[in-house]
Design a binder for this molecule. Structure first.
Ligand SMILES: Cc1cc2nc3c(=O)[nH]c(=O)nc-3n(C[C@H](O)[C@H](O)[C@H](O)COP(=O)(O)OP(=O)(O)OC[C@H]3O[C@@H](n4cnc5c(N)ncnc54)[C@H](O)[C@@H]3O)c2cc1C
Length: 264
């Protein structure tokens, strides 16, 4: 309800807002506003969020607060894109990607991704957070989406559809725009050759493994180093799967497909 949305905004502005630039990248802590479901269902408007943010920081707002406001701008940008491109969820924004040779994922690969059993802890923690809570941290959304689209070479629409079905903030504009951003086919998209490495991301943004331990209990007992790469300690993670695909070779495969697209 609207009262919860207002309370959440107040708590954010009085707390994590001033450390937003770094806090928003740590999935193990609450460093972002978590307003997305409220915005999605109109329980609070972006105008109110913007205005209250301004009022909370009169004069020169801290840089972190400016970054938060720019994220609200991304939301507006996504809606502008959808307005101009009603088929944003079904068609590549950049038509040259119509020639990209996505590989339909096998049932085993797709299920592993959806159920959080890829063998890559950050991706798996994110996909389980999504299934259990209906929300996923933004940094992990990027890593999980990149893994599907680049390491598994699946069409971004496969992932968009799953997020659409499972996210509590599933948004007709932000969801396809961000999937296309990750895939490289979108407006102002991340370049295709930028492939998130889930191990590097995990070590950088969840160094102590707090987020991993919460959502992947099979590896909770591992030390802070091994937890990011559990296959390096066979036998220590009972019930946790081996990697569904190798990172170096799947990365090379993705880059080769992109090169083919570029060469025409
Ligand atoms: C593959 C993928 C799919 C996504 N699908 C959705 C979706 O369906 N619905 C959705 O609301 N967001 C989506 N996002 C964007 C982002 O992950 C969420 O908006 C954010 O995690 C929500 O958490 P928050 O409210 O704590 O965000 P905060 O960091 O507190 O940001 C404040 C608000 O700004 C907006 N915002 C932040 N980042 C983005 C962004 N990249 N694009 C558009 N708006 C943004 C949101 O409305 C958010 O509530 C997606 C991102 C990726 C990578």
């Amino acid at each position: 309800p609207a009262s919860c949305a207002r309370a959440r905004l107040t708590a954010f502005l009085d707390g994590p807002a001033e450390q937003y630039a770094t806090g928003r990248d740590r999935p193990g802590s609450e460093g972002s506003s978590r307003l997305s479901p409220h915005l999605r269902f109109g329980e609070i408007s972006p105008f109110r969020v913007w205005q209250e943010t301004r009022e909370n920081f009169p004069g020169q707002a801290p840089a972190d607060v400016g970054i938060f406001k720019s994220e609200l701008g991304w939301r507006e940008f996504c809606w502008q894109l959808l307005y101009e491109n009603p088929s944003l969820a079904t068609r590549n924004y950049r038509p040259e990607f119509d020639r990209f040779e996505w590989q339909p994922p096998s049932d085993a690969e797709l299920t592993a991704w959806q159920q959080g059993r890829t063998g890559y802890p950050l991706v798996d923690a994110g996909m389980r957070q999504l299934w259990q809570t209906g929300w996923m941290h933004n940094r992990v959304r990027m890593a999980a989406a990149s893994f599907l689209v680049k390491n598994l070479l699946a069409d971004w629409r496969v992932g968009e559809a799953w997020f659409w079905d499972t996210l509590v903030d599933a948004d007709a504009a932000s969801n396809p725009a961000n999937w296309q951003w990750v895939a490289g086919s979108g407006a102002d998209a991340s370049p295709y050759f930028r492939i998130f490495n889930p191990v590097t991301q995990s070590k950088k943004f969840d160094a102590g493994g707090r987020y991993l331990r919460k959502f992947v209990p099979e590896i909770a007992g591992m030390d802070d180093q091994t937890i990011h790469e559990p296959w390096k300690a066979p036998g220590q993670a009972a019930g946790y799967p081996s990697p569904v695909v190798g990172l170096p070779e799947s990365r090379e495969r993705a880059l080769a497909s992109y090169q083919k697209l570029k060469n025409g």
